[in-house]
Design a binder for this molecule. Sequence first.
Ligand SMILES: Cc1ncc(C[n+]2csc(CCOP(=O)(O)OP(=O)(O)O)c2C)c(N)n1
Length: 625
Amino acid sequence: MDKLIDNINSPKDLKKLNYDELVKLSKEIRKLLLDSVSKTGGHLASNLGIVELTVAIHKVFNSPKDKIIWDVGHQSYVHKIITGRRDDFNTLRQFQGLSGFPKCNESVHDPFETGHSSTSISAGLGMVMARDLKGDNHSVLSVIGDGALTGGMAFEALNHAGHSGKDFIVILNDNEMSISENVGGLSKYLNRLRIDPVYFKVKDDVEQILSKIPAIGKSVVKTANKAKDTIKYFLVPGMLFEELGFTYIGPVDGHDIKELIEVLKGAKRVKGPVLLHTITTKGKGYRFSEKYPDKFHGIGPFNLKTGKKLNTSKGLTYSQIFSKSLLEIAEEKSEVVAITAAMPSGTGLYEFAEKYPERFFDVGIAEQHGVTLAAGLAASGLRPVFAVYSTFLQRGYDQILHDVCLQNLPVVFCIDRAGIVGQDGETHHGVFDISYLSNIPNLKLASPKDGNELRAMIKYAFSQKSPIAIRYPKGVSRELDMKNNIDDIYGERAEVILKGKDICIIAIGKMVETALDLAKRLKEDGIESTVINGRFVKPLDEETILSSIKDINSLITLEDNVKIGGFGSQILDMLNRNNIKNKNVKIFAFPDKFIEHGDSKQLFKHYNLDSEGIYKQVIKGMKLK
Ligand SMILES: Cc1ncc(C[n+]2csc(CCOP(=O)(O)OP(=O)(O)O)c2C)c(N)n1
């Protein structure tokens, strides 16, 4: 039998389908999601949960004229399939394939790029303001999850949008989950709306809900009356969203296409900002993801039949090593407390949370608040660690600077996913942290070459009386089979791993591994390398580095950060400060651009930052003998 999905090449094709066909199409989309994401990996559960809502949106609205903004954007796969990207869907998240997030250069149906959470309402409101100033006539929809709604920006934007009174549709996709279970007062409030009839008044009289609709009211009343028997409209006068200036519609079943279509048609006609509250099941339609939505939030390739992950790598990840190290310290020091911004599992704080629930704080997707909360805890004598991905800590920049470092408060930042993260791409690589942290007074910045060193650095961090950040990469730590001298870390010393006369390779973090591979290659050509593991970007161990390079003419630096303001820049600055001239110096780092998605190894190769790429450039560009 012909599949409907094969004929959906744009939203126009979907509009021709009747209700039963839309239900069938939704099933086919779910199957494609499962077949494809089980091979490529990706954000499965969020997409399985939003199939009907996406189908209904495209049935009622006219993209690309109407603008749809997906918050975070990890749930945009269904939208991609409907908007002409079905045939490329098997390239999702692969190098040079489709991105796992909305991308303007992929399609006219992606009017705004996302990746970090809680931006959709601000961006949507901007488009609404622009539309009205330009005298255009189209709808703007921001689709935001209950998790993303915990982010401060979302509140700021709701506050502004409600005040503006502009025509604007915010669709809340409420599945009670962030990556893990959602947290906070707002989440509890949404839950009450969902289950406690005392909190909302059932309005059988549809005309009342439409009292806010001027001139065109009549036709809406007609539409709504038609739907009256099949839809329950709930109005929540005086409740949070209404108080902010929104017309609240909901909660509606986000898997009932018929109900969704009717309600979306109504929302389209309401004057002023509307918040449509839909209830969905994360992971819908696949038993493993329904049962474990957190595990299937973002997942690598897996076996469809068993739900088990494929290619699990052996050894401990840096996150796991962080987790174990923190538990060791927390046992000794009762003043140690831990903070996450909605990522207890990803950052390795899950075990700490289980063991010390009263010392653990999940603040929601609220990195800014997380940083200043840590400052408050530290100012009161506790020893907070904020475990956070490099890319998301960007959100808390002013808080690090103004609330933590200015007061020299002893907050420990454990920065996971530093460097290249792979398939999540541009929005998620942690290639800026060295640049954005190393210019802040009072803040120390360290990066371990392996898991053992991470453990030592975490211990060291809690011995400090000032703020310190430790950055480490995604994935398993390669055992470099070397002693890690804890005393040296306590002395903030760099480590001279190899001594050779022809070239000095100074590397930081994960790139020490690359430096050693490179030294091996060079040795085969008879070139002797000095290899230094920098360990600290700040303070730089100038003494060790300067004495090591005294008699070596050629010097290279390796890092998985961008070049501007990175580790190599600090080394250049050190040379300049010490009036050292006439050295042949080359910095190996990521260029001044946003790095695309793809397998990490492939990306290092593409940018000539694997040992082979660096070797070729060194041999070609530097006179070593
Ligand atoms: C600023 C920021 N912090 C953290 C994340 C990581 N993250 C991606 S999706 C997500 C949960 C989103 O939950 P929700 O909005 O409810 O969407 P769902 O996946 O449940 O549909 C988190 C914490 C992010 N993308 N951006």
